[in-house]
Design a protein around this ligand. Structure first.
Ligand code: HEC
Ligand code: HEC
Ligand code: HEC
Ligand code: HEC
Length: 158
């Protein structure tokens, strides 16, 4: 029994980490490929949205972290879209959902279909609240309606 206990402790530890990870949408699909494609790919069809996003603190959110904090999952979960995929900062897919399946043009033109496979409008309160929690450093509590205009973008160019 004594030999088993350390393993049990370890297994419980792994289960704990797995439970935390399960709270976030998985970044790796069934094919073992990342579910994220990155802002550069979205930019090819959404140049204006990209240009506007570049002006927001989200595009530089990883830059407030030290090099080791940038790789620390306790920080990177909110300051980057997917460090494992080299996608730093709060990119498009942190608000619009992982794009691996919805990005092809014939799908994007069918917005209902795109939504069914993961595209999010972007401004849902729960989306922002996942990162803008009561614990995040801020002078004032996060006010969703007041914050939204600062991130909205769109001129319709596609
Ligand atoms: C190959 C071109 C292409 C790529 C790449 C692309 N999109 Fe789109 N996207 C479109 C088109 C076309 C529409 C317009 C659908 C329409 O209005 O008929 C659209 C619409 C949208 C919309 C608006 C949906 C709505 O509610 O009307 C969002 C949000 C969006 N795309 C986000 C993204 C994100 C995020 C990425 C990268 C993960 C991305 N797109 C990649 C072509 C693309
Ligand atoms: C739950 C999400 C979340 C986590 C986890 C998180 N942050 Fe943040 N962080 C935020 C948000 C949101 C802001 C912006 C708050 C604002 O300006 O309203 C922020 C802002 C910051 C800022 C800028 C503060 C300022 O005054 O401009 C620093 C530095 C920072 N975070 C460091 C860290 C570090 C280091 C970690 C890991 C130990 C971490 N954060 C983990 C969400 C998070
Ligand atoms: C911080 C969250 C956030 C990020 C990051 C973000 N968006 Fe958005 N996006 C939004 C919100 C909010 C809207 C407006 C939704 C609404 O009006 O209800 C939006 C709307 C859009 C639209 C529709 C615009 C229109 O004309 O109707 C497109 C396309 C889009 N985003 C693409 C992108 C692309 C591409 C990126 C990355 C370069 C990106 N978004 C990054 C939150 C975000
Ligand atoms: C993946 C995590 C994440 C999501 C989702 C997210 N944010 Fe942020 N947001 C951050 C971080 C981190 C910062 C701080 C960036 C910095 O200070 O460099 C920030 C900064 C901001 C700021 C600038 C705050 C300031 O003091 O200048 C606004 C406004 C904001 N976010 C609004 C929103 C809104 C509205 C949404 C939802 C549509 C949203 N955010 C979604 C992580 C997130």
């Amino acid at each position: 029994m004594r030999r088993v206990l350390p393993w049990l402790g370890c297994a419980l530890g792994i289960a704990g980490v797995a439970a935390v990870v399960a709270l976030r949408p998985s970044s790796v699909g069934a094919a073992g490929r990342s579910e994220y494609i990155g802002a550069q790919r979205c930019k090819t069809c959404h140049a204006d949205a990209y240009a506007q996003w570049r002006q927001t603190p989200h595009a530089r959110a990883h830059e407030v972290l030290s090099p080791s904090e940038r790789r620390d999952p306790r920080c990177a979960g909110c300051h980057s879209t997917s460090v494992a995929d080299g996608l730093e900062g709060v990119q498009c897919e942190s608000c619009h959902g992982p794009g691996r399946h919805y990005w092809p043009e014939f799908i994007m033109r069918d917005v209902e279909l795109a939504r069914a496979i993961g595209l999010q409008r972007g401004g849902e309160p729960a989306t922002c609240a996942a990162c803008h929690t009561a614990d995040t450093p801020s002078v004032q509590p996060f006010d969703h309606a007041a914050a939204l205009p600062a991130v909205r973008h769109g001129s319709g160019d596609r």
